[in-house]
Design a protein. Structure first.
Length: 367
């Protein structure tokens, strides 16, 4: 086997927020769904990976030409894993190495590092075919893939029931032939968490690589650095799927007044502020705010009002909303249901189809 450090591989694609520089020998993956992709002509491919964690372990998903072939738990120490073998060496194969676990800020340390790729002696890297666009996904547990693995009655909050590679987000990206960038955090919202904790919200972390991780290893790897937003060009599309936990938080202790505003008005104001920040880093993007994979009663109208006011005040016409089908509408049998009361494959797939259709319709067509 020939070993290649990351800086020795010219033909590679990095998906997701990272602090990688061209001369770095290794790559840290932060958010669930972050990935390294290489196109190879080889009989087999290996990856040397290490992780750090306290009790919330990392899982990795491997795809060949966009189709899943394996998903497994990673060791802490540097370990060589065989990702695929006995392939036709005359055929190009796109290998996707995907971090399947979201960043765990409650763990004392939580890092995943790819140190090297190994190919058989005759294997070679070949150019990675460019995709047609870029999509950023911003969300909560649904975007992080909570509940996409396991039987419906599995309710333990553990990593094996979470798989970022199976979500509507990556399915949408594939339907759109898009590079993806995902940031999803279970329980977090626009303004507060499911339990009303106002420290657990996504917008303050949007401009950094992965600032939810503050342990020494993550900081050293660049988690607190400013994200460069595709070298300042931004994404072609930004899909936001936030609001579920804000509704839960309103039922779990968020006071009627927040910073002098009624909590409903606070959500409206926060939606407008977040859209302003997103637009500043994605000047040409179509922005789509969606909800509904878990049924909501109050928050959708507040998000819609925030979007409408933002558009009216800013003159930005390229912001849209979309209601998605819920698990109650779609999932009728145990085989269709996800674990932990979260959406299963059927709901994620329906969401991906609807989002992709909506984005295609908006290509070059301002509202």
């Amino acid at each position: 086997m020939k070993e290649y450090k990351l800086n020795q591989i010219t033909h590679k694609r990095l998906l997701g927020r990272n602090a990688y520089k061209d001369n770095d020998e290794a790559l840290t993956l932060f958010w669930g769904g972050a990935a390294l992709e290489v196109n190879i002509k080889a009989r087999e491919i290996w990856a040397c990976i290490s992780t750090t964690y306290d009790n919330l372990e990392h899982w990795l998903a491997v795809e060949v030409n966009g189709a899943p072939v394996s998903r497994f738990m990673l060791n802490k120490e540097k370990t060589w894993y065989c990702l695929a073998r006995n392939m036709n060496p005359e055929k190009e194969n796109l290998i996707s190495i995907i971090k399947d676990t979201q960043p765990m800020n409650d763990d004392s340390t939580h890092s995943l590092v790819i140190h090297a790729i190994g190919l058989d002696e005759a294997g070679e890297f070949v150019p990675v075919k460019p995709r047609s666009c870029t999509i950023e996904f911003v969300g909560d547990s649904i975007t992080a893939g909570e509940g996409t693995v396991g039987a419906p009655d599995e309710m333990d909050w553990i990593c094996q029931w979470m798989s970022a590679s199976k979500t509507y987000a990556i399915q949408t990206a594939k339907l759109m032939n898009a590079d993806w960038n995902t940031m999803g955090k279970s329980g977090w919202g626009i303004c507060w968490a499911w339990d009303g904790n106002r420290d657990c919200k996504i917008p303050p972390h949007y401009e950094q690589v992965c600032s939810v991780l503050k342990d020494a290893n993550s900081v050293a790897a660049g988690s607190q650095q400013k994200w460069d937003f595709n070298n300042g060009r931004g994404s072609d599309y930004v899909v936001i799927n936030l609001g579920t936990n804000d509704e839960s938080g309103m039922q779990n202790g968020v006071p009627e007044l927040v910073e002098g505003l009624a909590r409903e008005q606070f959500i409206i104001s926060s939606v407008k502020s977040f859209l302003t920040v997103i637009r500043s880093h994605n000047p040409n993007a179509k922005i789509l705010w969606c909800w509904g994979m878990l049924s909501l009663q109050t928050v959708p109208a507040l998000i819609q009002k925030g979007v409408d006011e933002y558009k009216s005040e800013s003159g930005d016409k390229n912001v849209y909303t979309l209601e998605l089908e819920s698990i109650e509408e779609l999932e009728k049998t145990p085989e269709e249901k996800g674990s932990r009361g979260h959406p299963g494959y059927k709901t994620h797939h329906a969401a991906a189809l609807k989002i992709a259709s909506s984005l295609r319709a908006k290509r070059g067509n301002p509202l």
